[in-house]
Each structure stands twice: as C-alpha cells, then as structure tokens.
Design a protein around this ligand. Structure first.
Ligand code: AHM
Length: 336
C-alpha cells in the first residue's frame, strides 16, 4: 500500500522548498486545517440538533444554540488567535475585522479573510456547504495592530487561499501560489490525507452553473451566453453552494456564473471572502476568473470589506468563450 501523506506532513514538506520560510504560514495553514475538522464535526451533526432536544434555540442547559455559521466563525477565530501568526481576521459574518492580540515576542505577519460557512442556507436540507479562506501578508507595521488596509489588498497579493467542502466526503484544497493540492478527510484517522496532487481544471467542460431562475433579470450578453450553453447541450448543474459548484467544475470542467442582475446590480458574492480566494485557486489550477466587465477578479482593487462582485469562473476556454459573448452583445461596448 502507498504511504499516505497527511496535510501537516505535506505543509511541512513544502516549507522546505522555501529557504527563507520561517514556518509561520505553515503554522497558520495547519491551524485552519484543525478548525476545519471541528467545523466538519458540527456540520455532520447538524441534522441531529432536533433529535438531541436542541430545538427552539436553547439546549438542555438553557444555553442558546449557536447558528452553525457563527459557530464556524468563532472556531476559526479561536484557532487563529492561538496560533500567534495571525494579526487579524475579516469574516463574512462580521461587520468589521477583528484584531487578534499579538503573542509575546512575535510579530504576526499575516491577516486572514474567511467565509466561515458558505452556502449556509443549504444546511437545513443536507446539501454540501464549505469554508473559504485567504491569507495576506500585512502591509502595515508588523509590530503594531493590523489595519483595514491589510485586508483591502488585491487578490493577486494573496499568499495562500483554500476551501473546505463538507460534502459526501470532506475535502480541503489550498494553494500557496504554486499549484493546488487537495486533501480528503479520513474520518477513521481524523486526518486530511493527500488525495488530489497538483490538480488541474480541464480546459473545457460540459457543465455550466448559474441560478437560471434570475434569467430575465440578467443583461442581454449573459442571457445569450446561457442560451448558447443550453443550445450546445451543456448540462446545467447548480447546487447553490459556491464551494460545491466550483469544486465540481475544477474536477470535471465547467463554468460558474454569478452575474449582476436587476435585483443585485453588483452580484451577490463578496470579493474578499468568496471571489478572490476561489479565483486564486481556479487560476492556480489552470482556469480563469473575471467579472462581467471582463476584468480579472484578482486585479480588482477592493475599497470596502464587504464589497460584492459579479464573477465568471472556471475552465479557461469556457471563460474565454463567455468573453466573446460579452464583446458581441454588450450594447455599445458599455463598461468594457
Ligand atoms: P450564503 O452563504 O448566504 O448561503 O450565500 C452564498 C451562496 C453561494 O455559496 C452560492 O453560490 C450563492 O449564495 C447562491 O445564491 P442564489 O440562491 O442567489 O443562487
């Protein structure tokens, strides 16, 4: 039998590739891995909540039952706080970023952006959800508290990004800008084990993922592209959980679209917590990610923590093809 490689072993091994590495980023990634296992345990127990008498927002000792997305948020913050490598965290669940206390003798170089439980509206119905994270090197003085500008960096400045998908199995994929590797949680060992080494997204795929219920609210070029996907007999697959939809497309090939609509003129997904980390992973796997103005997602300059962005992401030739529809059908070439 081939020897398995655990996430921790892999991270430590990769650290050796960088002679200047001090182990801080590795420590941070390992802490995220541990937090992911705890969130995974709770997500898997979610269906038991009522059976265990926790309905009505109270448990048997009268404590409030925490919503799972807040639970995931708090666990991630706890673990990053302990690591001492992270000076702050901006979460989709929180209005402002959290400054983490520095540990004595340490100058935490990094800040983390996170969507603790993406697609959380799916939990009640047993559909896969995920955690998305990104890590930036601080641009403020390392000896002091982190600042807003540390988080408002373009996605191309991310030093690492990843996601955890709590699906039929739990998988963690991450990149430090040198390809993407995936690790599947072996519940019997309690370890993430290397299962998808240097994964590459197929250049072409048969899936398109979009909430077609909003079709009439989309711009003309988007509608024409969706018509084209349907005319060319591509299969529509939309879980409504970005991590799951993009993960499937990374493995099988496909395109995921969350565009602007009349209801949501800037789309729905957040640039910092969802679009940027997923864009880095997909690009590192050989794919492409742009907005509906054909700008590279990773080059968008963020101006606020909860900024939204339309996103088109997936197999490179499919995103290229989408671009040709935008160029052809955008009235008077507006915005491009
Ligand atoms: P949520 O985390 O509040 O559930 O929202 C994020 C999710 C994404 O995972 C998913 O792609 C999208 O919202 C689905 O939105 P819609 O229901 O509008 O298609």
């Amino acid at each position: 039998m081939d020897r398995i490689t655990t996430l921790d072993e892999f991270i430590i091994d990769k650290q050796k590739d960088f002679s200047f590495a001090t182990g801080e980023l590795s420590g941070l990634l390992r802490d995220i891995g541990v937090a992911a296992k705890i969130v995974n345990r709770e997500v898997n127990r979610a269906g038991l909540v009522n059976i265990l008498g926790l309905e009505g927002g109270k448990n048997k000792t009268g404590d409030d039952v925490q919503k799972l997305d807040m639970f995931a948020n708090d666990k991630l913050i706890d673990y990053l706080k302990n690591s001492g490598e992270c000076s702050g965290i901006a979460s989709e669940e929180l209005e402002s970023f959290v400054k983490l206390p520095t540990k004595e003798g340490k100058e935490a170089k990094y800040v983390v952006v996170v969507d603790p439980l993406d697609g959380s509206s799916n939990i009640d119905v047993n559909v896969s959800v995920g955690t998305i994270f990104g890590i930036y090197r601080r641009i403020s003085d390392h000896g002091k508290e982190c600042e807003l500008k540390d988080f408002l960096q373009e996605g191309n400045k991310l030093v690492a990004a990843g996601f955890v998908l709590y699906g039929t199995s739990t998988i963690l994929m991450y990149t430090t800008g040198n390809g993407v590797n995936g690790f599947t949680l072996d519940p019997s060992l309690g370890e993430f084990c290397l299962s998808h080494q240097n994964i590459k997204i197929p250049d072409e795929g048969k899936y398109y993922s979009v909430n077609q219920g909003y079709y009439l609210q989309f711009d003309l070029e988007m509608r024409r592209y969706i018509d084209h996907c349907s005319d060319t007999k591509r299969s529509l697959r939309y879980i409504g959980s970005m991590v799951s939809d993009i993960h499937r497309n990374i493995i099988k090939g496909g395109i995921f679209l969350y565009p602007n609509s009349r209801k949501n003129p800037l789309g729905k997904l957040r640039l910092l917590y969802e679009c940027n980390p997923m864009a880095l992973i997909v690009e590192q796997a050989g794919g492409k990610a742009i907005n509906t103005n054909l700008e590279r997602i990773l080059d968008i300059n963020p101006t606020s923590l909860h900024q939204k962005s339309p996103i088109i992401i997936g197999s490179k030739s499919m995103v290229d093809e989408f671009e040709t529809f935008v160029r052809k059908y955008t009235p008077n070439g507006e915005n491009i």
